[in-house]
Design a protein around this ligand. Structure first.
Ligand code: URA
Length: 210
């Protein structure tokens, strides 16, 4: 396994993921499960955030206590399915800045086409967490991380729900500095670039579109 890849095998994640994969799971439940899994993945992806100390007074005495250091974290959602993971991460880090990268996958070439980009200032000084539930071909994520680096980001992590071996290979090759956290590594991609066994189109499952 690539040294930058973390496969989080917590039983709660695996259980919730099985419910998400089930095609009979309704959109509202699917979104809630994605949010809950995001909480558990956040724990892993943010475990090495730097802290500093601050003097506070508890009701009992003064204390030199740890708090997060540096400029606020930036969470970057790769639209539109990234928003499901974003909501869960924001529950845990509500003061994070949020960026959006809109990319759609051209269904013939499977290549990403950018239609939206909005990022906070000082990207070079922030820890950056890009989110998209599906690491399939890797094309969209690679393009999104290219944009982040063009805008100055240096410390980038990527969180997904399902990763295909092909996507892991492509992403680690294109961006070997990016730490990847995933809840599952599936078998393969099909001829249309969908993850197998997967869960279908994450955006459609989340928003009830088709
Ligand atoms: N995007 C999805 O939503 N699902 C896949 O299986 C692959 C890419």
């Amino acid at each position: 396994m690539h040294p930058n890849l973390t496969h989080v095998r917590h039983p709660l994640i695996q259980h919730k993921l099985t419910l998400m994969r089930d095609k009979n799971t309704p959109s509202a439940v699917f979104r809630q499960l994605l949010r809950e899994i995001a909480h558990l993945l956040a724990y892993e992806v943010l475990r090495d955030l730097p802290t500093t100390r601050k003097m506070i007074e508890t009701p009992m005495q003064e204390m030199d206590a740890p708090i997060l250091a540096g400029k606020k974290l930036v969470l970057v959602s790769i639209l539109r399915a990234g928003n499901g993971l974003l909501d869960g991460l924001l529950d845990l880090v509500p003061s994070a800045r949020v960026g959006f990268i809109g990319l759609y996958r051209d269904h013939e070439t499977l290549k990403p086409v950018q239609y939206y980009l909005k990022l906070p200032h000082s990207m070079d000084e922030r820890h950056c967490v890009a989110v998209d539930p599906m690491l399939a071909t890797g094309n969209s994520v690679i393009a999104a991380i290219d944009r982040l680096k063009e805008n100055g980001a240096k410390n980038i992590r990527f969180v997904c729900l399902l990763a295909a071996p092909e996507g892991i290979e492509a992403l680690t090759k294109a961006h070997p500095d990016v730490k990847i956290v995933t809840a599952a590594i599936d078998e393969r991609l099909n001829e249309n670039g969908y993850i197998m066994p997967g869960l279908g189109d994450a955006g459609d499952r989340m928003f009830g579109t088709k």
